[in-house]
Design a protein. Structure first.
Ligand SMILES: [Zn+2]
Ligand SMILES: [Zn+2]
Length: 585
């Protein structure tokens, strides 16, 4: 007896440890959905009566009789009671890390404050409520939506906050303002050299800092401080952002150019979304550094190119729930701060000349040399990664396609499904080139909704504005494209994106290139199956077909039978990833 006692005890202890290391949340089991419109988003069979889900996958889709026949006796029956079931939505291009960093910051956006007084009051309130010396970051500075908002000088910000370092982040995320205390704390003086001619600290005629900081490299010292401060609440805020996205029906989120990169963050993301729990992660969980595991959104990650060292070997790229996709490069910037790269100059408007001080004739510039871009494409193409390039202006898009084209001549790019991001000014004469190489577009469509009027009146003028975002050049031919909100720039809300692609109107009702409006069906495909295709997940996600994952969204109305003007107001009632509910109203 004694002989066995120790091995038995050891075995028991080992079993206990093993159990603990692999313990995970309970997965949902078997359900049949019926009793409401079920839109599969598959052209072959757009609508079915019922869906049978088991162990996270769709085992049957068809008539109610067929599905009832296929189900086991243990399956629960879910009557949709007239509500609509669709594949879960994709957030095709967002910035989870930035949205997390900005979560809970003082909101000074034009979405919330329509007057300058409202904006400066919000800052003053925050100053009052914050202990002296502590940093204050405010988010969403937007002279476009907040009419009459004048750029704040350092002196003005000092008068609002003499004892706090304060930094304002523009809604576009391409420019910033800081007060004296903030410049001091970041170690920036009037003598500090600018990182480049396109990313700099603006100076007045006497060489003093005005307070304006343009583009990312110049903001880097401030961002580092921000990140350190926000690391304390990083885990909690990451969960909050994912939960917010789940409420909008998102089941797959794409981080397009992760900037906040270290091993711990990548491990956290993998723990939050990955298919199976990792023993190491359960050990970390004991320390409280990781939250309790629960069903979550899928997460697909493109790293900012300069962090590409964090890409694993392609064979270790991840599972169907958390996966590395490749890298993102920035070829130009934003239309609202003069960093969009165009063939013709910005409009000579008061905003361009006086508010953001663009020199007359300014047409932006590339952030990279075409040769650099070409070399990067060649490298990642041969390493097996997807390349996504931020380009907004017509010139940026043409040059990026030129770089792709030179690599394409050596070996066709099509299979890789490289991407162009935003594409505000995608020129009609470049579309065929793009399609020939299989370069896939993701459109920043809500520029129309929020800034359409301003693009026309102050940035580009009517002629160019009425050529923007030619989405139907893809939709009409059923060539995959996606739509994105660029969270945190705009709220990640796929139905709002689909609505804009269908309606092509700004909030005030101005029509922007209405010939490029797409059908509701194609708009819905762009936030489901087409977005899945861009991630090479079209055989597993994006439609409700037998064998695919049960990523689902329950809506209060059928978008196909809703007036176009009301699509954005359709309510998401439940969001399901691989059969598990991640959010329910
Ligand atoms: Zn971008
Ligand atoms: Zn982006």
């Amino acid at each position: 007896m004694k002989k066995f006692a120790i091995p038995t005890l050891l075995l028991a202890a080992t079993a206990l440890v093993l159990h603990f290391l692999f313990v995970d949340y309970n997965h949902a089991n078997e359900t049949v959905y019926f009793g409401g419109p079920i839109l599969t988003m598959s052209d072959a069979q757009p609508r079915v009566e019922a869906l049978y889900v088991k162990n996270g996958k769709i085992l049957a889709a068809g008539t109610k009789a067929e599905v009832m026949q296929a189900k086991s006796r243990r399956a629960t029956l879910t009557d949709l009671q007239g509500k609509t079931l669709l594949p879960g939505f994709f957030d095709a291009h967002g910035h989870l890390d930035l949205a997390t960093a900005l979560y809970g910051m003082t909101d000074i956006s034009g979405f919330t404050h329509r007057t300058p007084e409202g904006v400066w009051n919000a800052v003053a309130q925050k100053v009052k409520a914050t202990p002296k010396g502590e940093w204050i970051f405010c988010l969403g500075y937007d002279p476009i939506l907040t009419k009459g908002l004048e750029p704040p000088s350092t002196a003005f910000l000092d008068s609002l906050a003499p004892d706090h370092p304060v930094a304002l982040i523009a809604q576009t995320m391409h420019s910033y303002y800081a007060n004296s205390k903030a410049f001091q704390a970041a170690g920036i003086t009037a003598q500090t050299p600018d990182p480049s001619s396109s990313s700099y600290y603006e100076r007045d005629s006497s060489g003093q800092l005005t307070g304006l900081i343009v583009e990312q490299a110049a903001f880097e010292p401030f961002r580092a401080i921000m990140q350190e401060k926000l690391m304390d609440s990083f885990v909690e805020n990451t969960q909050k952002v994912l939960a917010k996205n789940a409420q909008k029906g998102i089941t797959s989120t794409v981080t397009m150019g992760l900037m906040t990169v270290n091993k711990n963050i990548l491990m956290l993301y993998q723990d939050l979304s990955g298919e199976k729990v990792k023993p190491l992660h359960n050990l970390i969980r004991i320390t409280g550094a990781f939250p309790e595991r629960k069903p979550n959104l899928r997460h697909f990650v493109f790293l900012m190119e300069r962090f590409s060292g964090y890409l694993p070997k392609p064979k270790n790229r991840g599972d169907d729930f958390f996966r590395f996709m490749g890298v993102k490069l920035w070829y130009d910037g934003s239309p609202y701060i003069g960093s969009m790269y165009m063939s013709r100059p910005y409009l000579a408007s008061r905003y361009n000349l006086e508010a953001i001080h663009l020199p007359p004739g300014h047409r932006g510039e590339a952030l990279l040399q075409p040769e650099q871009l070409e070399a990067a494409i060649r490298k990642y193409q041969s390493d097996g990664w997807q390349v996504a390039i931020h380009c907004q202006g017509d010139r940026a898009i043409a040059e990026a396609l030129g770089a792709f084209g030179r690599v394409h001549q050596e070996a066709p790019l099509n299979a890789r499904r490289h991407r162009l991001e935003h594409l505000l000014m995608l020129p009609y004469d470049q579309i065929a080139t793009m399609q020939e190489m299989g370069i896939s577009p993701s459109f920043h469509i809500n520029h129309i909704l929020y800034y359409g009027d301003f693009l026309q009146s102050d940035i580009l003028g009517p002629e160019r504005t009425q050529q923007l975002l030619p989405v139907n050049q893809f939709a009409a031919k059923q060539i995959p494209f996606s739509l994105h909100a660029d969270q945190p720039m705009y709220e990640a809300d796929p139905l709002s994106l689909a609505s804009t692609a269908v309606n092509r109107q700004s909030e005030s009702g101005l029509a922007i290139n209405p010939a490029e409006a797409v059908s509701v069906w194609e708009a819905l495909k762009s936030i489901t199956i087409y977005a899945a295709w861009q991630l090479k997940m079209e055989s597993k996600l994006g439609t409700l077909e037998k064998g695919k994952y049960a990523d689902l969204v329950v809506l209060d109305k059928n978008p196909l039978e809703t007036p176009a003007g009301a699509i954005a107001r359709i309510q998401v009632l439940e969001t399901i990833v691989a059969g598990n509910t991640v959010w329910k109203k």
